[in-house]
Design a protein around this ligand. Structure first.
Ligand SMILES: *Cc1c(COP(=O)(O)O)cnc(C)c1O
Length: 395
């Protein structure tokens, strides 16, 4: 955005539609999509200066691209961060962060109930390279403190968690991390900066699966690491060499998605709250997990830390797997898919899909029962979503 002559600081809604715009020689109004893998130089001397870093500018799309830069600038502005590095997916953002910050012998403390692939990455892949992870119950502050070792470099949490929507106290966990000189990373995929700003609460770095709400319409994969430049510069060094760079097309789709982020998140959250309240009143439902409900164990914390409860809820159906599958199979509007973060509502049975590969004992310990269903609420009419779920709940 053009700096304001009187030092006026633009607000979230203005940044969402204008941050990152640098018009080309054509003066285009909308954000240009630069589908080019490399860039030319005016002279041999300029090529040398660009390669050495003496002169800023684009060289090759694995390193940078103007459309990608615009997306990074805009997302950094919305998270209130100095730096942002976009990546090919959410998982490559998390991998890039780990690779940039750690080496063999280092240690991670992570909250339990992370996204499945994140859990696999820390538990089974980074461990092959000598980076160990201790998983702690997401809401047990003493467990984070007790898990710290001399070589602990990173705390990694996701809040609210999937699928039980447990809320991690970001400020409290940040304080524990900082006491030990450890960085706190927060996966802000579920809330997005429209509802939760982890950096303002004390986190050092935010990771995103931009595939979810940042795009918001289920079109492309993408990810990002957002935070202090000291961190994102290290992530950038890994990315430009190792190569999990985002496609300019995907970055452009996400850039445009950010323009409607707050409006979508607020509308989808409002519908989720309404649906959660309705589900609590259904005789076939034994329990509803949604941070916006007064019945949620961390409701007060969620209302302090987030602008609203978010758009994801889960609920336990009486009658176990059979009853839960009946609800899924009776839907005609809600999509049966494990994805989330779309304008179209989705439903999934975690025990046999996203959490199907973990042992029944571990699943039970995590509180993911056979009757549990997760709904990511989209932009449809709430009445239609209720009718869709009521069909299967009526049994
Ligand atoms: C989907 C997801 C990821 C992984 O993102 P991809 O874009 O699929 O690689 C990470 N964290 C959370 C919370 C997610 O929902």
């Amino acid at each position: 955005m053009t700096p304001q002559p009187d030092g006026h600081e633009p607000h979230f809604d203005t940044l969402a539609v204008r941050a990152g715009i640098e018009r080309s020689q054509f003066g285009e109004h909308s954000e240009a999509l630069y589908l080019t893998s490399s860039f030319t130089f005016e002279s041999a001397a300029q090529a040398a200066a660009r390669f050495s870093g003496a002169e800023q500018g684009n060289v090759y799309a694995r390193f940078s691209n103007p459309t990608v830069s615009a997306m990074q600038t805009r997302l950094a502005a919305l998270e209130g961060a100095e730096g942002c590095v976009a990546t090919a997916s959410g998982m490559s953002a998390i991998l890039s962060l780990a690779m940039a910050l750690m080496q063999a012998g280092d240690h991670v403390v992570a909250s339990r109930g992370l996204f499945g692939a994140t859990q696999q990455l820390f538990g089974n892949i980074l461990s092959k390279f000598g980076i160990e992870t201790t998983f702690v119950p997401a809401t047990d502050l003493d467990a984070y403190r007790a898990a710290i070792r001399p070589r602990t470099r990173l705390f990694f949490v996701e809040t609210p968690s999937n699928p039980l929507t447990e809320v991690v106290d970001i400020a409290a966990v940040a304080a524990i991390a900082h006491e030990a000189g450890v960085l706190l990373a927060v996966d802000n995929c579920f809330c997005t900066p429209a509802l939760q700003r982890p950096l303002a609460l004390g986190a050092d770095v935010v990771v995103h699966s931009a595939t979810k709400y940042l795009d918001g319409q289920g079109r492309v994969l993408g990810g990002a690491v957002v935070g202090a430049k000291a961190v994102t510069d290290e992530v950038y060094k890994f990315l430009r060499t190792a190569g999990p760079s985002i496609s300019p097309f995907n970055a452009w789709v996400i850039l445009k998605g950010l323009e409607t982020l707050r409006i979508r998140m607020e509308a989808q959250s409002a519908s989720a709250l309404e649906l959660a309240g309705w589900l609590e009143a259904q005789p076939g439902v034994s329990r509803v997990f949604y941070p916006g409900l007064a019945s949620h164990p961390q409701h007060a914390l969620a209302m302090r830390q987030q602008k609203s409860g978010g758009a994801i809820l889960s609920f336990e159906v009486k009658g176990g797997r059979e009853a839960a599958w009946r609800v899924v199979d009776a839907t005609r509007t809600i999509s049966i898919t494990a994805n989330l973060g779309d304008t179209k509502s989705t439903i999934t049975h975690p025990a046999t899909t996203t959490h199907g590969r973990i042992s029944p004992e571990a699943r039970a310990e995590a509180g993911i029962g056979e009757g549990l269903l997760r709904v990511a609420v989209g932009l449809e009419s709430v009445e239609d979503l209720q009718a869709d779920l009521a069909r299967g709940l009526a049994g």
